[in-house]
Design a protein around this ligand. Structure first.
Ligand SMILES: C[S@@+](CC[C@H](N)C(=O)[O-])C[C@H]1O[C@@H](n2cnc3c(N)ncnc32)[C@H](O)[C@@H]1O
Length: 300
């Protein structure tokens, strides 16, 4: 399948059909390179994530449950806000090597109030039921990978107290796949956007989990959330966005190959950051980074 074939605007549902069974197999893999990419991604989305957590009321002493914790960025950020007065963060992550990486990073940072548990969100570990209820359930770029995101939120609520915050950040790709991604219009960035979207969609993830968050919250029995839309608009010589794009395309190459999606290979990716930089600088233009939608509410 070419990127164009898979990369057109998503329909109203944002998916071409029901989630494929292999959607459970995380689209980007878990290589050391992917863990580095998650670090860089964490830096790019840190401000939006922090703003969401502050608005949702994460505070010293709170216990926070982080769903799909990856290499730990969200958990570490939450820890900054809740540390002290017995605050604690528990991250759930199903991939053993990613759990090991997150634990190593926590140890390296000297954080002893962050714990990573190897578990699938479909079956949260029973040990959570024996602990005091959480004050917040959070997650980032995780509901997009779930076949039934509302069921995940319903299951997680069981471990939270009444009044607990529920705060999630998910990506929103529709505007990009519809061409709202650069000014002046960048054909190279358009190819990248379509290719990445095709790979994400081909892996069964939801391209539009962001704008779907409100509905998912309501379907999970949660009250009306506050919802915001954020995007970086990047240009000039020094933005880290060019390198992040190259890194993310590189991380997705094996999956693209499995899916039969061509358009980029190791050789063409090697110059992607430099090509994007020179094109954007020459045009004095801007690129829109992957937009995200942030939503939060309190459990009734
Ligand atoms: C895109 S990464 C996001 C990581 C982290 N939340 C962040 O923003 O840096 C998604 C992570 O969720 C994990 N994951 C996906 N589905 C899961 C599930 N059903 N149960 C547990 N972990 C899951 C993947 O293994 C991956 O590490």
């Amino acid at each position: 399948m070419s990127p164009e074939a898979g990369g057109g605007p998503p329909g109203e549902a944002g998916r071409d059909g029901p989630l494929r069974p292999d959607a459970e197999d995380y689209v980007l893999g878990h290589s050391a390179r992917e863990l580095d990419r998650l670090d860089n991604q964490g830096a790019l989305y840190r401000a939006f994530t922090r703003e969401l957590f502050v608005e949702a009321g994460l505070a010293p002493g709170h216990r926070v449950l982080d769903l799909g914790s990856g290499s730990g960025d969200v958990a570490f950020l939450a820890h900054e806000l809740v540390a002290g007065s017995g605050g604690e963060v528990v991250g759930l992550e199903r991939d053993p090597s990613t759990v090991a990486a997150a634990r190593a990073r926590a140890a390296q940072k000297g954080l002893d109030r962050v714990r990573f548990v190897e578990a699938s969100l479909d079956a949260p570990p029973t040990e959570l039921s024996d602990e005091s209820p959480f004050d917040a359930v959070v997650g980032r770029f995780i509901l997009m990978h779930q076949p039934d995101p509302a069921a995940v939120l319903r299951a997680a609520q069981v471990h939270a107290r009444p009044g607990a915050a529920v705060a999630f950040l998910e990506s929103s790709m529709t505007s990009l796949t519809q061409g709202v991604h650069s000014l002046p219009f960048s054909p190279l960035y358009d190819r990248i956007v379509r290719w990445k979207s095709a790979v994400v969609r081909g892996s069964g993830a939801d391209l539009e989990a962001g704008l779907r968050l409100r509905r998912v919250f309501l379907d999970a029995g949660l009250p009306e959330p506050r919802v915001r839309f954020h995007a970086h608009v990047e240009g000039g010589e020094n933005t880290p966005w060019y390198a992040y794009i190259q890194e993310s395309v590189t991380s997705m190459l094996p999956r693209a190959r499995d899916l039969g999606i061509d358009g980029f290979d190791e050789a063409s990716v090697a110059t992607l950051a430099a090509d994007l930089r020179s094109e954007t600088v020459a045009s004095r233009g801007v690129l829109v980074g992957w937009p995200v939608v942030a939503a939060w509410c309190r459990i009734a």
